[in-house]
Design a protein around this ligand. Structure first.
Ligand SMILES: [Mg+2]
Length: 736
């Protein structure tokens, strides 16, 4: 080939040996994709940078793309007909670059804020939750068979000693998880941290729901594993901790093991299904629900009576009808809530929807209560159903009826079935959701484009400034601190010192070393921070150095207080401080080394397309926003514009915003009258609002405007001063 004289010869036909013999320098032999090839994989809409990632191909039969379910989240992919594209880079440079910059391993977190995106979801969470329940025990056979699930039968697995020895050897489900985390002693994952799971109530390790997750040296001590620990979006979970402390490879391998385990555990060991029996209410629940509903209806009725008599107390900023709507909204909202709570209370632990809601794999207590007890109020435009016929919602109701059922309250559950009118109202509410999603995609798409066009050329420069393509400085230091949000820890800072010190105490006990006393601790830290490697962090690192200093100051203070409390007996001191605040010289050195490493790695690198990342970080969540308005039911008249319309207002810099709200902190915040006075001072009141009448008088001698104030509306004001206002006003108009 060459000189544009090239031709293509298919290897599918003809004598391949002969073709091979006629190969010359510069010929290109094209081959099929092979196992291990680096490919780019993409799902549209590509809303953020992790919508295209590099994978290693594994050639399989049939014509569908298949991939690890843990990467569904970044692509926003499900399997209801989604299509994806694959590209095969052709040169070694392209492959390397794709692998290093776009590889799944290097993109486990969202560039927006560093929360893990590639993580366990759905069934994996249910399986983890069921397995790590406090009452799961397995015999040796069962345990051994379980631990083989997370590998391919090729790796060494060290069986831990049984949790229970007598009367028979038993292993717990938590031990299965610990073994998965660290299958053998070659795997150096020794995480130590604590976190609250979704179902945590109180009392830490003694939480009734076993929601306090505690890992010590890679061993799960307490807590059931669910979304907060192994799911996406949590910076306090296992996925994040392993990623930060042991790197992306260990993190990916962990997820891989766990995905394999959960699929096999659910598929062959336990099974998980949901049926009509899961949502059948008991007789007790049905009577309870009727009692709750009757009570709610009675309350609504009495408020309706008050409304008709005009005696209803007005809510701030509302007229009579708005106040009624607000009160009823509150009552009916609570009605569904209490009916739902009653239903949840009566469900057994093994109820499948309940398991899913508890571990965060799918659904919420609200969905469950809608199935079992009560669907609740339907809303269109954030309000109860509006009248569509003449003065009523549907011809089935009396004219001007404001009762719950006439305005879209669905008392039935999906189990008992909806009545015709309830069904209609439910369809009205459902349609709004559909219309909203349809309209929203177009709006957010355009917004994403505008954001990207405005910011696409901003990038980090080697002088740490952010500049556009004209070399104009946009920011002198990116984000005013130069830190990369993708690598921030739980506290939005480069290092979570508390977690680091716990983890160092656990992994590096240094039993033979002496505890540093408070003065030693302070002086060593001070001299260490004076070293060149730390001073090199300045000037941007000043905040971090200060944080380290303050962390140790607090630790020294705690030690000092403890020593003060128990006296100067050194044996006692060392034994008592051992667990709470012991820190030795080796531990301190390790701490400072790790902290320095993390800090140095936490700055945004020159060349980073910070503008594009910023644009995506705003527009991508914009597409996820549902429903235009959010109603604080029964709290106040706050029907705040949120979500996409609000985002539009911000980006367009609208001068007229739809819900201008100012939150005022009251000096005296326990007095309702005082609050009302402050409110009246801010609120605009027109003369018409406080007058009985305003009339123009054209008499023979003079013409004037006569106003009579409505004294009843001046609640709490001094009548004399009002009279003065009245007189001044009258005079003003007379002399005009
Ligand atoms: Mg889909």
């Amino acid at each position: 080939m060459g000189d544009g004289q090239g031709f293509v010869r298919s290897l599918a036909f003809g004598d391949r040996e002969k073709i091979a013999r006629s190969l010359r320098d510069g010929d290109i032999v094209e081959r099929h994709m092979e196992d291990g090839d680096i490919v780019l994989f993409n799902r549209q809409p590509s809303l953020h940078k992790v919508s295209i990632m590099a994978h290693r191909a594994k050639i399989m039969e049939w014509r569908t793309f298949r991939f690890n379910t843990c990467v569904c989240a970044p692509y926003n992919a499900d399997f209801d007909g989604d299509e994806m594209n694959m590209h095969l880079p052709q040169t070694e440079e392209a492959r390397t670059e794709a692998n290093l910059l776009m590889g799944v391993h290097h993109n486990l977190t969202t560039p927006r804020n560093g929360e893990p995106l590639v993580a366990a979801s759905q069934d994996f969470l249910s399986a983890s939750y069921i397995l790590t329940q406090i009452d799961r025990f397995y015999t040796r056979e069962q345990f051994c068979s379980l631990v083989t699930y997370f590998g391919d039968g090729e790796e060494q697995i060290d069986i831990p000693p049984p949790a229970m020895v007598k009367p028979m050897e038993l292993w717990t489900g938590k031990q299965v998880f610990s073994t998965m985390l660290r299958p053998n002693k070659e795997t150096k994952i020794e995480v130590s941290f604590q976190t609250k799971e979704k179902n945590y109530i109180n009392n830490k390790h003694f939480c009734k729901n076993d929601g306090w997750v505690d890992f010590r040296n890679g061993e799960l001590i307490s807590g059931n594993i669910a979304k907060k620990t192994i799911g996406d979006g949590s910076k306090t979970g296992l996925v994040f901790v392993v990623l930060r402390d042991y790197g992306p490879l260990q993190s990916a391998m962990l997820l891989d093991r766990w995905a394999k385990f959960c699929a096999r555990y659910m598929g062959t060991h336990r099974g998980f299904s949901i049926g009509i029996s899961d949502v059948t209410p008991s007789n007790k629940l049905t009577t309870m629900k009727h009692k709750i509903l009757l009570e709610g209806y009675r309350k609504s009725e009495s408020n309706l009576d008050l409304y008709e008599k005009g005696e209803l107390e007005l809510r701030p900023g509302c007229n009579l009808l708005q106040s009624l709507e607000e009160i009823l909204n509150g009552i009916l909202g609570r009605l569904r809530e209490s009916a739902g709570q009653e239903a949840m209370k009566q469900l057994p632990w093994s109820n499948a929807p309940r398991i899913m809601a508890a571990c965060g794999s799918k659904g919420s207590p609200l969905n469950i209560s809608q199935m079992i007890s009560c669907v609740g109020q339907q809303a269109v435009g954030g309000m109860r159903i509006q009248n569509g016929f003449v003065d009523r919602t549907l011809p089935h109701f009396e004219v001007n009826s404001l009762t719950p059922s006439a305005k879209g309250f669905v008392a039935n559950s999906f189990y008992t079935g909806l009545t015709a009118t309830e069904f209609f109202f439910h369809a009205m509410g459902g349609r709004e959701g559909l219309v909203d999603t349809a309209v929203k995609t177009a709006e957010t798409g355009y917004m994403a484009r505008r954001l990207m066009k405005a910011l696409e050329d901003l990038s980090m420069q080697y002088d740490k400034t952010v500049r556009n393509s004209e070399n104009t400085v946009i920011q002198f230091i990116y984000g005013d601190d130069g830190l990369n949000p993708n690598v921030m820890e739980n506290n939005d800072r480069p290092v979570d010192f508390a977690r680091l010190s716990t983890s160092i105490r656990e992994t590096l006990p240094c039993r033979e070393e002496d505890t540093l006393n408070p003065t030693e601790l302070r002086s060593i830290v001070k001299s260490k921070l004076g070293e060149k490697r730390f001073q090199d962090l300045l000037p941007e690192g000043a905040e971090i150095l200060k944080e380290i200093n303050e962390f140790f100051k607090a630790m020294a203070q705690k030690q000092a207080e403890l020593i003060n409390d128990i006296g100067k007996n050194s044996v006692e001191v060392s034994s008592l401080t051992w667990n709470s605040c012991r820190f030795t010289i080796s531990q301190l050195n390790r701490f400072l080394d790790v902290a320095l490493n993390k800090c140095t790695a936490s700055y945004v690198e020159p060349g980073e397309a910070v503008g594009a990342i910023g644009a995506q970080s705003i527009s991508e969540p914009g597409t996820q926003m549902t429903l235009k308005t959010f109603h604080f039911s029964g709290i106040s008249s706050m029907n705040v514009t949120l979500g996409v319309p609000r985002l539009k207002e911000i980006i367009n810099a609208s001068k007229l915003i739809s819900t201008p709200i100012i939150t005022v902190k009251l000096e005296q915040d326990d007095n309702k009258i005082a609050a009302r006075v402050v409110k009246a001072g801010i609120e605009k009141t027109t003369l018409g609002q406080v007058s009985k009448y305003i009339k123009e008088v054209f008499a023979s001698q003079a013409c004037y405007i006569s106003i009579e104030l409505d004294m009843g509306k001046f609640y709490g004001f001094d009548v004399n001063s009002l009279l003065q206002i009245y007189l001044v006003l009258t005079f003003l108009f007379l002399f005009h």
